[in-house]
Design a binder for this molecule. Structure first.
Ligand code: ARG
Length: 360
């Protein structure tokens, strides 16, 4: 599809949207004229807002889409320097965290016009460093080992005494701007220390996680216009931390230690020590966020709300899309109402798309 066709498809979608901003004939011809002249057109603030909301609604991997209309947008399309982008990223963190009452938010940086776009290199605005030793052992988050290396090469001063939960800096590059490293001020990162509702010793494991997952490496596409830098967030679902980040063997891999402390660790897999430890870890995550007053959803409630979302979409005559392998929660899969459903994985536009890492 040409840019004109993509733009028109987006305007059609806007027009058909109940409760949406609508599209005037004058706007349609203005868009086409702008494309003729510049092979580009600028979204109005309303178009940007709804484009972002559609992009969330179309995100086939997201179980949280029931709340798509609540998404707020910060228009940062005029921000054209690395310091400016980094500053807006830190502001995003504060606004989205909102003292624990996490708000779904996207900050939209300049659209791609030339060959080199503005990019924020991080996977998320907040992530923990992974320090790889010679023997391959990683201190911290192994998923961030590569990015941590890049940060160091770009001049990041890692803490003198590296730990398991060191917040990584933000890396920004753009047209005429070589990659630059910006420290995230600690006061803008709300973290939750993990404790368990019954196991008093749990806090001795000194586990923690940050409050808000702000995905930064995806490309926002609206009506043929590409926004390679558009950090967005919702709130966490407990299992993302309890069944993946802290539990995966290729991540923090805490299940053996937890099972040991619970006194249930053994060779025999058939005792299901892993499963028991997993459930307690997930209880601890949900309990800790709750105690800290940070918004988080459990996977059962999230799945129920996704079913509601599917029903609403059907009622509006829209196709329901999804990726089964992403939507079904990573624990108690068959206990979820999503397990028995089938999904069409088509990624409609607008959407948040994967793109090559900025360093490639
Ligand atoms: N799964 C990712 C993580 O654990 C976050 C992805 C986005 N999650 C969300 N709830 N919006 O950090």
């Amino acid at each position: 599809m040409s840019l004109k066709q993509k733009a028109e498809a987006f305007l059609d979608l806007l027009e058909s949207e109940e409760g949406g901003p609508g599209v005037t004939l004058a706007r349609r011809s203005a868009v086409l004229r702008e494309i003729d002249r510049h092979r580009f057109y600028e979204h109005t603030p309303e178009e940007l807002l709804w484009g972002c909301r559609f992009a969330w609604r179309h995100s086939v991997r997201c179980i949280g889409r029931y709340f798509w209309k609540q998404l707020e947008v910060r228009d940062a399309r005029q921000t054209e320097c690395a310091e400016g982008l980094a500053e807006k990223c830190v502001e995003h963190l504060k606004l989205a965290t909102n003292g624990g009452a996490v708000r779904p938010l996207v900050t939209v940086f300049p659209a791609q016009r030339g060959r080199v776009p503005w990019r924020v290199w991080n996977y998320q605005l907040v992530r923990y460093a992974g320090y790889a030793a010679e023997d391959g052992e990683v201190l911290g988050d192994p998923a961030e080992a590569r990015f941590t290396e890049h940060c160091k090469t770009l001049g990041w001063n890692a803490p003198e005494r590296p730990g398991r939960f060191d917040v990584l800096p933000i890396v920004v590059s753009g047209p005429g701007a070589r990659p630059a490293v910006f420290e995230v001020p600690p006061e803008s990162v709300l973290e939750v220390k993990m404790e368990h509702p019954e196991f008093l010793w749990f806090k001795e494991m000194e586990l923690r996680w940050y409050s808000v997952p702000v995905v930064t490496n995806m490309l926002l596409e609206i009506g043929g216009i590409r926004y390679p830098a558009a950090p967005f967030n919702g709130w966490y679902m407990g299992t993302e931390i309890g069944a993946r980040n802290l539990a995966d063997w290729s991540r923090y891999d805490v299940l053996p230690e937890l099972a040991e402390r619970m006194g249930i660790f053994e060779k025999r897999e058939g005792s299901l020590w892993r499963d028991k430890a997993l459930v307690e870890l997930n209880r601890a995550v949900l309990h800790s966020f709750r105690e800290a007053g940070v918004r988080m959803i459990d996977h059962h409630t999230a799945a129920q709300l996704h079913v509601r979302f599917e029903e609403e979409e059907k009622a509006c005559g829209r196709p329901v899309t999804g990726r089964w392998d992403w939507l079904v929660p990573p624990i108690s899969g068959a206990a979820s109402p999503l397990w028995v459903r089938a999904y069409d994985p088509t990624e409609y536009s607008p959407n948040f798309l994967n793109q090559k890492p900025a360093w490639e």
